[in-house]
Design a protein around this ligand. Structure first.
Ligand SMILES: [Zn+2]
Length: 206
């Protein structure tokens, strides 16, 4: 006995979410049918899709393009903080310690799962660094295996540019390894930025 087709379609929609299997999708679908409050999901989702967009400069999600951070005259445009996801921008902004701008990769480098280099925002990052006179790139990818692999890949591509004046750094060790940037407290993030390690030091004259 199958569920009615419209209900099957709803279950299938929930199954698209990361970490949601068939059983959870069924539970969510039945809950959405039963609880009127849960039905605000559909209009909220539609509105979020309609009223937000990707910033064409940094790929952050915002109501306007460019996003408020890229549009802010007071931000240092020559310093880029590279993160995996738009929600990591929010986390770092809450810590209030970074005065540069961002570059969102929209994922981590996971060759085994088919996330190849060209699927990340890496080509756009290289373009920005080449075109916009970027002086510093801080790699703030997650302190887990994928985040480290992503940081190594980005570093390799940046070094290949052979830009002597460019400094590439990584957030300080001491971040709880295996954790995601978004779970870090303000103080830990402040510290990680303050003690970021320089990964290359080919400065002019040195
Ligand atoms: Zn932006």
């Amino acid at each position: 006995m199958a569920y009615p087709e419209p209900l099957e379609a709803l279950i299938a929609a929930f199954e698209q979410f990361p970490g949601i299997g068939r059983r959870s999708a069924e539970r969510l679908a039945f809950h959405a049918l039963r609880d009127p409050k849960a039905r605000t999901l559909a209009p909220a989702l539609e509105r979020a899709v309609r009223e937000t967009q990707r910033c064409s400069i940094c790929a952050n999600v915002a109501e306007r393009n460019p996003c408020p951070i890229c549009a802010d005259e007071r931000r240092e445009k020559t310093r880029l903080c590279v993160v995996e996801e738009p929600r990591h921008v929010e986390t770092i902004e809450r810590a209030g310690t970074w005065r540069g701008v961002y570059h969102v990769l929209l994922g981590a480098f996971q060759p085994a799962e088919g996330t190849e280099e060209r699927h990340l925002g890496l080509p756009r990052l290289i373009e920005r660094v080449q075109r916009e006179g970027v002086r510093e790139v801080v790699l703030a990818t997650d302190p887990d295996a994928e985040g480290e692999a992503t940081a190594a890949l980005v570093l390799e591509r940046l070094e290949a540019l052979g830009k002597k004046e460019l400094v590439v750094s990584r957030l300080a060790r001491g971040l709880p390894s295996g954790s995601g940037i978004e779970y870090l407290h303000k103080g830990i993030l402040e510290d990680a930025f303050a003690h970021r390690r320089e990964l290359r030091t080919h400065r002019e004259g040195s």
